[in-house]
Design a protein around this ligand. Structure first.
Ligand code: MSP
Length: 485
């Protein structure tokens, strides 16, 4: 079985998830589910980046008796949210877990033995929002471009990692593997950054009580990014290397420069691909708790259903680009494609089978012209390129074709004349719905389940997306798939 290992970034726990953080998790879930449909050995990792100073500050602010208790409470919140959104992860890794700490030690010691770590002094800028060291050049009007806050000037005795030693190797890997960094624009951004010359990076911080102690100096803790990146191995050792790291565009350099450098030093394989998606924005500004414009994904899922939210996010915004979030646009898509087109197709089909055949439909002939309306190869190509918006567009073109087929064939007229022909028409429609159910199942797992339930069939995989596989079915009419707002 072919392996497919996909990850989300592990999230900071200074707050509960926003629709922005859910965006990466939903996209990763859809990709994981798609590869499961292809019957691959899929491993999907997500989790929490807990060893940050932001965790300590948040715990203090809420007067928690211990930082760990705060972290445990947050973990519950994040896992609950992912459950509401139907995120089908295989492992949930927390950086406060022992298995992670053990792996960080192991990894650090490998790099240390390679003579890639030395003691020095860091004098420069630090953004607490990014938990990152910044250069003057990266600032916009003196502020961190992602957090709109002024960075701190710090002078610290730190341990450094010889990232500069790996500059040429990282560049060669990027050049020899054109798919490694996607989309193209991000790849260029990273290549230009490397070509300006990589500096060694600080990988420890002094006098912090929360975090993983540095194996060679107990006065220091492992820098939170050096620690966090290793989660991709500690949570899934046997699946390494990752097939796909899904990340937001703000953390591309950590994943495409520092992480490969660390892996080269420690002697691990490099990930196959890092794909950076854009930001969900509100009136053009990144949605985030710290900017005060965040929306709770649980609120939206309770109001519209998780599937409608998942569909909207993937259909509305070309994956890789920024997109403005709008509840109105979500409602429009829900009323349009989901209720009017898909929901209506199912309910009219089920009603006709009940009315004309008492709910039992025997196998019939499939309509060749209707079959030709589905371009499965194209949908798969879009999914492989992570153009989820195009894949959905193509799937819903087919939903529209089936609705058109119903309108053109007018089964209610045929019912008066020819029961055999009527059966063939309804068979073509039902068989198409079965295939649509498979194709949308990665995006809208609950909706796909409901379609299968009403059609009385079992869930299929991608290889079942062939026409004519539907056998005799017993239909069971249920509620509407999507209630119009
Ligand atoms: N802890 C680091 C990641 C470490 S991975 C080894 C981190 N955490 S984060 O919580 O700040 O962000 C996690 C992910 O959520 C990132 O990919 C980030 O881009 C994404 N998003 C957070 N807000 C977002 C939007 N408004 N829009 C889209 N994605 C955004 O960075």
């Amino acid at each position: 079985m072919k392996k497919f290992y996909v990850t989300t970034p592990i999230y900071y726990i200074n707050d509960i998830p926003t629709v922005g953080s859910a965006y990466t998790a939903i996209a990763a879930d859809i990709i994981a589910r798609w590869h499961r449909l292809k019957e691959k050995d899929v491993f999907f990792l997500t989790g929490l980046d807990e060893n940050s100073q932001k965790t300590v500050q948040a715990a203090k602010k809420l007067c928690f008796e211990s930082v760990q208790k705060y972290a445990d409470m947050m973990c519950e919140q994040w896992q609950k949210t992912w459950k509401t959104l139907n995120i089908s992860y295989n492992v949930f890794i927390r950086t406060t877990e022992q298995r992670h700490k053990d792996m960080v030690y192991k990894f650090f010691n490998k790099v240390y033995k390679k003579n890639d770590i030395y003691k020095g002094e860091y004098k420069g800028l630090y953004c607490e929002g990014c938990e990152g060291f910044l250069t003057e050049k990266e600032l916009v009007s003196g502020l961190c471009p992602f957090h709109n806050t002024p960075p701190k000037h710090i002078t610290e005795k730190n341990y450094f990692f010889k990232l500069s030693k790996y500059q040429n190797k990282i560049l060669a890997y990027i050049e020899n593997n054109p798919d490694f960094i996607q989309p193209e624009s991000r790849r260029n951004e990273v290549v230009n950054f490397i070509k300006e010359g990589l500096k060694d990076i600080s990988i420890s911080r002094p006098n912090l009580k929360w975090g993983i102690p540095l194996p060679i100096d107990q006065e220091q803790t492992v820098y939170v990014w050096f620690d966090a990146l290793i989660n991709y191995i500690s949570g899934a050792e046997k699946y390494w290397p990752a097939s796909l790291h899904l990340v937001g565009k703000d953390i591309i350099k950590f994943h495409c420069i520092i992480w490969p450098g660390m892996l080269l030093s420690a002697g691990y394989k490099l990930p196959k691909q890092v794909f950076a998606h854009g930001f969900l924005t509100i009136n053009g500004q990144k949605m985030s708790k710290s900017l005060g414009n965040a929306i709770d994904p649980v609120y939206l899922a309770n109001k519209y259903g998780a599937d409608a939210l998942r569909y909207y996010l993937m259909r509305e915004i070309p994956f890789g680009q920024d997109g403005d979030f709008s509840e109105k646009a979500l409602v429009n898509r829900m009323n349009g494609e989901l209720a009017n087109e898909l929901g209506n197709l199912l309910s009219r089909t089920v009603s006709m089978i009940e009315d004309y055949f008492k709910g039992t439909l025997l196998k019939g002939k499939t309509d060749k012209a209707l079959q030709n309306e589905l371009d499965l190869k194209l949908i798969n190509e879009y999914m492989e390129k992570l153009e989820m918006h195009h894949a959905l567009d193509e799937i819903f073109k087919f939903v529209r074709s089936v609705n058109r087929f119903v309108n053109e064939k007018q089964p209610w007229e045929i019912a008066k004349k020819d029961k055999g022909e009527l059966r063939d028409i309804l068979y073509s429609i039902t068989d198409s719905l079965r295939i649509i159910g498979i194709l949308i199942s990665s995006f809208m797992p609950k909706t796909a389940e409901e379609i299968n339930k009403q059609l009385g069939i079992k869930a299929g995989s991608l290889k079942d997306c062939k026409f004519g596989l539907l056998k005799k079915v017993n239909i069971k009419k249920g509620g509407v798939l999507f209630k119009k707002i």
